[in-house]
Design a protein around this ligand. Sequence first.
Ligand code: HEM
Length: 303
Amino acid sequence: MTAQAGICAESNLHAYYLMFDVLPGQEAAARSALAKTPALWRELTQGYPDAAFSGLVAVGDRVWDRLYPRARPSELVPFPAQLQGKRSAPETPFDLFFQLRADRLDVAYIAVQRVMALLAGRAELKYERQGFRYLDCRDFTGFVDGTENPQGEHRAEVALVAEGPFADGSYVHVQHYRHNMAKWQRLSVPSQEDVYGRTKVENIEYDSDKKPPTAHTKRTSLKDEAGNSLEILRQSMPWGTAAEQGLVFISCCHTPRHFTRMLDSMFQADGAGHFDHLTLFTQAETGSAFFAPSLEWLVKSGE
Ligand code: HEM
């Protein structure tokens, strides 16, 4: 089987994110539209070789059985919402998620128009956002994002289901975060660095014993009972309008459990009352769970 290129792709300059809900009665038509996406991804990749285009479509947990009643990825469950006082990570289900990335904005935009044409009359557009690389892959808080991501071949080991009918697919979680930049900018740089457990300009990780228990990298570096690291592949990119900034956070993994454990650890206080202090400076406004099947699976299941 062949994974959709957008799952493991290296970072790009531009992205468009689209989310749709399938219209009632349009399930068969939507299924056959999704079966055409592998050819569309190929056409765009080959048509604009300088653009490093990668496409990705993923199907939401709520719509899965309506679209594909015959087989379901065994771990596809709703987004694990969090609510801790004012800090929250809501669940906002969507049926389809598209990540359209390229090093050319025009090519990413052509992909948007092609996806819109493919789904016309079949699904309703519910969310759209443009993402872009900011400086040297920094988030708008000013810190480099993605440094500890899996590298090289390890990306596929982390992100893709290894075997079975859904081999080379990926569990995808997407959250739209809006930053409170005014509040963040009132923090001194050393205090900002404590929030992440890394230095800002040089992007150096704190020594483990120097990391506050509330540091983002502390709360998300987790191990299972056997001592193995729980890893995800993050494909997040910043977004910004004139008035607002934030991050489209995207996790791809061979299981949804790693993301769920990390989100728990970010939001829920431990025995000592510690939680991830990054959640004091950014608000998740959407949260959706999807599965991105292999190219072959999409084609075969649309027939
Ligand atoms: C690390 C930013 C949300 C999981 C980092 C780093 C930054 C960052 C700057 C340090 C550099 C790196 O290794 O990438 C953000 C921002 C977020 C956000 C701005 C939201 C607005 C999340 C969420 C999760 C997550 C929701 C998972 C539930 C991780 C992991 C690491 C990390 C696993 C690597 C930790 C390590 O091994 O050191 N993030 N992140 N992040 N983040 Fe986030």
